[in-house]
Design a protein around this ligand. Sequence first.
Ligand code: GLC
Length: 766
Amino acid sequence: MQVEILGNTQSAAKQANALVITTKEAVARVWVYSPTVIRVNISKNTDVADTSFAVIQKPADAIDYKETGDHIEVTTSALKLSIQKSPLRFNFYTADGKELSQDDNRFGVNWQGTRVVNYRKLYKDERFIGLGEKTGDLDRRGSSYTNWNSDVPDHGPKSDPLYETFPFFVGMHSGLTYGLFFDNTHKSYFDFGATTDHQMSWFGADAGDMNYYFFGAQNVADIIKDYTWLTGRMEMPPLWTLGYQQCRWSYMSAQEILDIAKTFRDHNIPADVMYCDIDYMDHYKIFTWNHQTFPDPKSFIDKLKSMGFRLVTIVDPGIKVEPGYKQYDEGVAKNYFATYPNGEKFVGEVWPGRCHFPDFFRDDVRQWWGASFTALTEPGVEGFWNDMNEPAAWGQNIPWMVKFGNYYIPEVRNVYGMEMARATYEGTKKILGNKRPFVLTRAAYSGTQRYSAVWTGDNSAYDAHMLLGQRMVNSLGITGMSLVGVDIGGFSGDPTPELMVRWNSLGVYTPMFRNHAMQGTKMREPWRWGEVNEKIIKKDIEQRYKLLPYLYSSFYQSHQTGLPVSRTLAINYTQDTMIYNPSYQNQFLFGDGLLVAPVISTEHTVSVYLPQGEWYRVSSSQHYDGGHTYTVDAPLNDLPVFAKGGAIIPMQNVIQNTNEKGDGILEINVWYGKEASHFVYYEDDGSSYDYQHGTYHKREISFDPNHAHITFGAAEGSMTSKYSRIKLVLHGFNGRMKNFKVNGHAVSGTDAVEFENSGKVITIAY
Ligand code: GLC
């Protein structure tokens, strides 16, 4: 197969809002989406049909460019795209002329058959982060990856590809940052200098266009904002999904689930969610119940609800081939399933045996699928777990000629899971009316954050997998996915009690906190690990519930800006080389103010790196200056968590589940810092969409050490807070700010400050 390299410009002209350049090999189109986002599409097709599954924005109406002799320049207030005409190459600069990223001038964009690749210049100090759910190090320099959504039950810390595809990365060099989203759903490849003798980085796909969005914001947080502006942001999650979730493949009967739920309550261990894995169904037929073991789903779910639990049930895409089964009959009658080119329905084997696969790319199929959820919602299910949607089929190699409508599977395999999650989300949202559904999916593509949470699939019960899971959660955050979980405890294998305890304490700081395990493994619930360990697990889960006001406000940030709850340090400390060191790369910020250092189960001390600024160990209030490494104690009952100087952390008292009201006191913890800081506190009803119409309670809380002032801004939104009182708790002040003011009201250093949520300050002497 010949290599065809993008050659000399033949014509360049404006067509509507695009700049269109032709060469002998292809047509290149350039659109400006915003001052920091430019799209380049290089295609062998002259008429580009824009069929992005990810992008929800449209380009600007006009494009401005300037032609000089051998270059064309597209300039925005933030970016300059300098297009070399012959051979045609695309080179990006900041508006003031700093080089961000260039094509490799020799090879640029080229083809081998249908395969399309872009070779780009690699800078000496260039690092890369991103690609979502991928193994390997935080800094992806020197690594290569493939995107091909796959069911990989036994994956290890080096396996690739995995279940999800997020072809978006951030590059950084020379103190500069840029982002690149290769929106091509075919099997795709990324090589960050791994096999080019560090000459080039490259990305490409088996077919389709060289179609990418270039992001030029000069910090990682703004690049994530732009990427999630382009591909969408999550809605507010139901509050109950942020509580503790207990799952297993499978709790075999309604009675078993009720017993487990009751044991949580008997042991006073907070929890919100129970799961039904595949065995609740009749022979794994989706949208059915096994009437022997789940004889009365409604009364079962009512009982769970009366104990303060929600139920999530699993659904897989495979529809069992069985005449007489509703979904099968309807799907066959209406031709809703994937076919071979001759129209015969494709059959693949999954849990139910021989199955057909719905064509989620069709609107009518998505609607049909969505409407089928009444079988689950009527008895009261509120969460819908979408599994096996890579799609998985035993043997894995669904033939390339299998078709979903007009698409052959190689073109759309990577988006199948997202379209299933979309169908589930849109359908259940319609059925549930004003109630927020919860959708969890295993397979995903860029944009999935609009519909669903994700988890990292079938992990294993060993330390390296726990650390890998954390890196994947952090990396998914770069690609717009904030509500993310891992199977706490490890899906396959049995954790030691120490690992279970450790992983559970890390789970407190995992956006979605779900304990899940494979069939045949030891039972995993908190009380299975001996009294001492149960106590630690309980204390940690309680900490999660105390942090819920902080966590919910952090999700509001994800909803508003796309910034994830779990943040690799590369977002805030991009230029600090220490954070990429494999010893520290698993550390992360949980929201704005907490830094968490994961620790393996066999170590009881750990070396942590605290970036610039000042830090306090939350459990002891010990102060640390940033910019150094420290060896700190990390006993099993005290995972190292640090508050940043200036952190403002709203907390509440321990509740047993998110339906409970608590004592009505919102505790605002302020950790002393030398610089002014602020936090947006956010609250809504936690379950409806009313927040989209102004029913919320939001206020900015600011801390200004220089003027010895803590300010609670005016409340915005029409909702009254569920907390009637606010209690201010100061940490690390040590006499600094002895006489300070809260909203102008003088307070002495010996006062505990409480006030009514209306703003009236009541000080109480210690
Ligand atoms: C897959 C899922 C796992 C689930 C199992 C049975 O392996 O990844 O979470 O428990 O199927 O449904």
